[in-house]
Design a protein around this ligand. Structure first.
Ligand code: NAD
Length: 724
């Protein structure tokens, strides 16, 4: 089955339709590129064809390049990548010039892209080479160039074309942040030329082709006297843009994402030369980025492995069992969030709380979020009413009788959870999940009559935003329960990892040492700004002190008390608690309290590090160097992830890497802790860990697994390879 087909109408307008068989979304493959090339040649040379509509038979235009193709290209080496990119440029340039005379710029055939829905990555770069882009007014559609989010940048001319079309300043949010727009915002942002009702899309495209003149086909950059909007780098206004952009990229990426810097170089250098040379420069920088280990690690983790997990890589081989009726017990922050995302996914939800008022409040949370979507035109009022009607708030447990999955999100108290488990099981035979963030699943399952149908489904806060869901197998959890949880997560379009039961599971287990190390550094008198900046310069989205403020100190205090009670004399974090409890005594509980490690104004806006920290925790002299602080903050996380693998909490390193980035924001450029360790080498990681252990304590001691791997010269991805 071809990906592209061409049909010609009697009026001479040809339609090239993109429709990749067996996929819900078109993606461009190497075979697809060759087919499209052949069809364009045919259409341009056939005198019976007057012009071309490029469209899709699916609800969307395209999701982008098949990133597996990029992984294959990377394996072929730099020259192969460069040659492949240049042949893509040749195809798009052929579309853009459309057979016109290069001197007179006359005689070309009009080519219009008609986008029924989403158009991402190459799915927008291809239209950008056409003479006009018409998009259907489909509010759910996303249009943009998200490449930067997986560590690359638009390398099929999108970088060069968009900056020449909009100017560097206006193109910056689309290129540097990967900003996605709905069709109307895409038109006001200059990404597409026209938005029309979906049912008129093809007719409008046809009219445009039939009416197009020679002048309509000439891109501004091919016309005489072209000047880049906003100015080139040597123009006074352009100069300001480029200086600002460079500072912004460094500020936002802290220098750890080579793709943003390379893209900026491609734009800057490309702006100084003719268009075709600019494409060649873009291709050189793109090749450099594709050959950088950062992009391969990010693509592997954030695309290939994430998708494999979403498709059920670790799902027991059992029949599909999507959730039809969900019970949620506890309509607080988490329970209301879970009910909301489930209702959005079309699932009927019974939301139980101790009082009717609390249950109603949970549903009101969903109403607030839905109203926001309607205001932003992301949802129709009808769809909102339909979604909200799926949630029934109640105090009556018997309403759970027809549920096939129940998730409890009541207070983090084993006695309350035990009581709720018993009442739910008396009312329903559903699989029962707890959303606990800290209590071991196996212990909670003791309250259950059916521990084989009991497991953890751990959502992160805020539920509607966070993509990761951690599924935790208790000692007795059966495969059927895991399969159900995975089907549920798939319905919600989130990313699952499946881990075994141990204190704090995986994500919290690794993030807590990071937060603790931040407080330990404060206790040692390290300048707080050095701690926070060291973390940001590692690529962590938030420094440890800011993250503590965001999650609030009372959570930390509660966890510290519970852990201390559970571990007794073995409790290792006394020095951390000195800082934690002192801050709590001062009432500086974090962002919610508008006072924490940071100072906040009355509206809760973060101002800067709290000036009193230096008095409360006197500064040491001399201060450690940046690299030492960075190593400590990085290694506490990586070593904990390795321990989670060694102890069998993690059973798949892909989950370790995906879970780290989506769960707690572990430096995304690295591809995750295991990808990072592979890049550095087990030997070097073990050696640095040992040096840190000698200087700062046994928490840095290299795990046996790492030492063994170092001795054998192994990498995680080879030793723990799963069919991926
Ligand atoms: P919350 O205090 O906002 O909500 C708890 C809700 O449970 C309240 O509405 C309360 O009325 C209700 N409740 C208490 N006892 C009940 C009972 N016997 N029957 C029915 N309802 C009852 O708490 P939360 O932050 O939503 O946390 C809930 C659970 O989720 C906890 O186990 C917590 O550890 C876990 N969790 C929290 C977060 C987070 O960031 N807050 C993240 C992941 C997991």
């Amino acid at each position: 089955m071809p990906d592209f087909t061409l049909t010609t109408a009697p009026d001479g307008v040809a339609t090239i339709t993109w429709d990749v068989a067996g996929k819900s979304m078109n993606v461009l493959s190497l075979a697809g590129i060759a087919e499209l090339d052949g069809l364009i040649d045919h259409a341009l040379s056939d005198p019976a064809i007057r012009g071309i509509i490029l469209t899709s038979a699916k609800p969307d235009f395209a999701g982008g390049m098949d990133l597996r193709v990029i992984a294959q290209m990377q394996a072929g080496g730099a020259q192969a990548v460069f040659d492949g990119v240049m042949s893509m440029h040749a195809l798009l340039r052929k579309i853009e010039r459309a057979g016109m005379d290069p001197k007179t710029l006359r005689g070309g055939k009009p080519i219009v892209a008609a986008l029924p829905g989403t158009a991402l990555g190459i799915g927008l770069e291809l239209p950008l080479a056409c003479h006009r882009i018409i998009a259907a007014d489909t509010p759910r559609a996303k249009i943009g160039l998200p490449e930067i989010k997986v560590g690359i940048f638009p390398g099929a001319g999108g970088t060069t074309r968009l900056t020449r079309k909009l100017g560097a300043m206006a193109a910056a949010p689309f290129l540097l942040e990967g900003k996605l727009s709905d069709p109307n915002s895409a038109r006001s942002g200059g990404l597409v030329d026209e938005v029309v009702p979906p049912e008129t899309l093809l007719a409008r495209a046809r009219d445009w082709v039939l009416a197009a003149s020679d002048a309509d086909l000439v891109k501004p950059w091919d016309a005489k006297g072209y000047k880049m909007p906003g100015g080139t780098p040597y123009h006074p206004a352009g100069f300001m843009t480029f200086v600002g952009a460079s500072a912004m990229v460094t500020g936002q990426t802290m220098g750890v994402y080579p793709a943003a810097r390379a893209m900026l170089s491609a734009v800057y250098e490309g702006a100084l030369v003719p268009f075709d040379t600019a494409l060649k420069i873009e291709a050189r920088w793109f090749t450099q980025i594709l050959m950088d280990p950062t992009s391969s690690a990010m693509i592997r983790t954030l695309f290939i492995n994430k998708e494999a997990l979403e498709k059920g890589a670790n799902r027991p081989a059992l029949p599909d069992s999507p959730v039809r009726h969900l019970g949620v017990i506890g309509a607080g922050m988490m329970g209301a969030g879970i009910a909301h995302v489930a209702a959005l996914a079309g699932i009927t939800v019974t939301l139980v709380d101790a009082t009717q008022e609390a249950a109603e409040k949970g549903r009101a949370h969903s109403e607030t979020l839905l109203e926001k979507s309607v205001r932003r035109r992301k949802m129709t009022p009808g769809k909102m009413a339909e979604t909200l009607a799926r949630i029934t708030p109640t105090t009556d447990y018997t309403a759970l009788g027809t549920c096939d999955l129940i998730v409890e999100a009541v207070f983090e108290d084993p006695a309350v959870k035990a009581e709720v488990t018993r009442r739910a099981e008396a009312a329903s035979g559903a699989i029962f999940a707890t959303n606990t963030s800290t209590l071991p699943i196996t212990a909670l399952a003791r309250a259950s009559l059916r521990p084989d149908r009991f497991l953890g489904i751990h959502f992160f806060s805020p539920v509607d935003k966070m993509a990761l869901v951690e599924i935790i197998r208790g000692k007795d959890t059966a495969a059927e329960a895991v399969a159900k949880a995975l089907d549920f997560v798939r319905q919600l379009r989130k990313t699952p990892i499946v881990v075994n039961d141990a204190r704090f599971f995986y994500a919290n287990r690794c993030i807590i040492p990071y937060l603790n190390e931040g407080m330990r550094l404060v206790a040692e008198g390290v300048t707080p700004a050095l701690i926070e900046n060291a973390a940001r310069m590692l690529g962590m989205p938030l420094g440890p002190l800011q993250l503590i403020d965001e999650t609030s100190l009372d959570l930390g205090v509660r966890i510290a008390r519970a852990t201390r009670a559970a571990m007794g004399d073995a409790y290792p974090d006394g020095d951390v608690d000195a800082v934690l409890f002192r801050m709590a005594d001062l009432g500086r509980m974090g962002k919610k309290a508008k006072a924490g490690f940071y100072a906040y104004d009355d509206t809760g806006k973060r101002l800067g590090l709290w000036s009193g920290l230096g008095t409360e925790f006197p500064l040491a002299n001399p201060q450690p160097d940046l690299a030492t602080v960075q190593k400590r903050l990085l290694y506490v996380q990586v070593l904990e992830a390795i321990r989670a693998l060694e102890q069998g909490v993690l059973t798949d390193i892909r989950e370790g890497d995906v879970g780290a980035i989506l769960g707690w924001g572990f430096a995304p450029w690295s591809g995750g802790p295991f990808s990072w360790a592979d890049r550095i080498g087990a030997g070097a990681v073990a050696e640095t860990a040992q040096a840190l252990a000698d200087a700062h304590g046994p928490r840095f001691a290299p795990p046996d697994l790492l030492v063994d791997m170092a001795a054998k010269g192994e990498t995680f991805y080879r030793r723990f390879a799963k069919a991926a």
